[in-house]
Structures are given as structure tokens and as C-alpha cells.
Write a protein that binds this ligand. Structure first.
Ligand code: AP5
Ligand code: MG
Length: 190
């Protein structure tokens, strides 16, 4: 199995690019954010826990998302691999992923990173707020908190995967099609 990490700041275009990536490489897309929003919409206990945290732009606990990922790995079949979108987001999550995969003698295939400047994060998320109505897109303060949390907790993963020789970056400024081609150029190597 291939295990790709789709990395990047909030609003970089991970969800946008994921559709073409899963289709071309026969992958199962796992967006932890989308799974959590589904739990919120279904009114589950997990959803109730996640709601307040997400709406303030804070992370849900590591063990919650790690459990969600384990569950997807266990239950999804018929694909050549997984595309992890929005996971891992902390060093602890990356270590949990490594040990999860090591149990079956596997490991992360590659991290594909979409990189855009903070000003563009704000612009893209504000644009999406008009179309999708996500609660965590509605306020500038929450978006700024997500950006700050990304820099503090998620950005260190760049070094983590560089050290492992698994970090590949696609410039995220450009049209959706241009960025898709940059991503495919990276993924074609694996
Ligand atoms: P999550 O849903 O993962 O949100 P995010 O990381 O903040 O990322 P987004 O979904 O906001 O952005 P995206 O990169 O997918 O961009 P998109 O393609 O939509 O997580 C939400 C929350 O859940 C977190 O804040 C946290 O609380 C919690 N959570 C999730 N995972 C967690 C974890 N592992 N641990 C702990 N907590 C977790 O694009 C954005 C907009 O830009 C769209 O409108 C799109 O149309 C537009 N766009 C895309 N590409 C382009 C382009 N090239 N040019 C112009 N516009 C573009
Ligand atoms: Mg997304």
C-alpha cells in the first residue's frame, strides 16, 4: 500500500487537489477535518467534543484523530493506497502514524506539500466562506488562530519528513490545474 500525506497550511488547496489525486492513483482520501465535520453533523458524542474546538480553530486531541485514521486503514479495501489530508498535524500524530504502519512493515510513501503564503490562506478561506459556510471559516480571528496553530504545531513536520527523506513541495500559487500538474510530477516518481 502507498501512504501519501497531503500537507499544507489551512486553505492551501488540499481538498481541492485531493479529488484528482485519488482518481489518478486509485487512493482512498481521508480528510480528518471532513470526517470530524461529518461527526458534528450527525450529532455524535465525538462530534460534540470536536465542535467547540474546531469552531475556535483549535485542534482536537491527537488520540481522537489517530483512532479515526486507524479505523479507515482497517475498513477500507480495494485501493492502492491512502491519501491523508490534514493528518498528521503534530509530531505526536506523525510518530503514531509511523508506529501504526511499522506494525505491518510499512511506512509513509511521500509527503506532498502545497505551500502558499499566509496572506493567500486568508484570501482563499474567505472566498470559501462565501460558498461552503464552514463555521471555522466565518471569523478572521479563528482563521488567524488556525494559521498560528499551523506554524506552531504543524510546520515542524516539514523538518520531520525532510529528515526522513520524504518531503516534496509543490508551489501552491497558481491555477488549480497548474498545481495539479506539479503534484502529479511528484507522485509519478512513486
Ligand atoms: P481541515 O478541514 O483539515 O481544515 P484545514 O487544514 O484548515 O484546511 P482546509 O480544509 O481549510 O483547506 P484546504 O487545504 O483543504 O483547502 P481547499 O481545497 O478547501 O480541518 C478543520 C479542523 O479540524 C482543524 O482546524 C482542526 O480543528 C480539526 N482537525 C482536522 N484534522 C486534525 C488533526 N489531524 N488533528 C487535530 N485536529 C484536526 O481550498 C480552500 C479554498 O481555496 C477553496 O475555496 C478553493 O476553491 C480555493 N482554491 C483552491 N486552490 C486554489 C487555487 N489554486 N487558486 C485559487 N483558489 C483556490
Ligand atoms: Mg480541506
Amino acid at each position: 500500500m502507498k501512504y501519501y500525506i497531503l500537507f499544507g497550511p489551512p486553505g492551501a488547496g488540499k481538498g481541492t487537489q485531493a479529488t484528482a489525486m485519488v482518481e489518478k492513483y486509485n487512493l482512498h482520501h481521508i480528510s480528518t477535518g471532513a470526517l470530524l465535520r461529518k461527526e458534528i453533523a450527525a450529532g455524535t458524542e465525538l462530534g460534540a467534543l470536536a465542535k467547540d474546538l474546531i469552531e475556535k480553530g483549535n485542534f482536537v486531541p491527537d488520540e481522537v484523530v489517530v483512532g479515526m485514521i486507524e479505523n479507515e486503514f482497517r475498513t477500507v479495501t480495494g485501493v492502492d493506497g491512502f491519501l491523508l489530508d490534514g493528518f498528521p498535524r503534530t509530531i505526536a500524530q506523525a510518530q503514531a502514524l509511523d508506529s501504526m504502519l511499522a506494525k505491518s512493515g510499512e511506512g509513509v510513501t511521500a509527503t506532498v506539500s502545497i505551500m502558499i503564503p499566509d496572506a493567500m490562506v486568508m484570501e482563499r478561506i474567505k472566498g470559501r466562506a462565501l460558498k461552503e459556510g464552514r463555521a471555522d471559516d466565518a471569523s478572521e480571528d479563528v482563521i488567524n488562530n488556525r494559521i498560528a496553530t499551523y506554524h506552531a504545531q504543524t510546520e515542524p513536520l516539514i523538518e520531520y519528513y525532510k529528515t526522513a527523506g520524504k518531503y516534496h513541495e509543490a508551489e501552491g500559487v497558481g491555477t488549480i490545474e497548474e498545481i495539479r500538474e506539479r503534484i502529479f510530477t511528484i507522485m509519478d516518481k512513486f
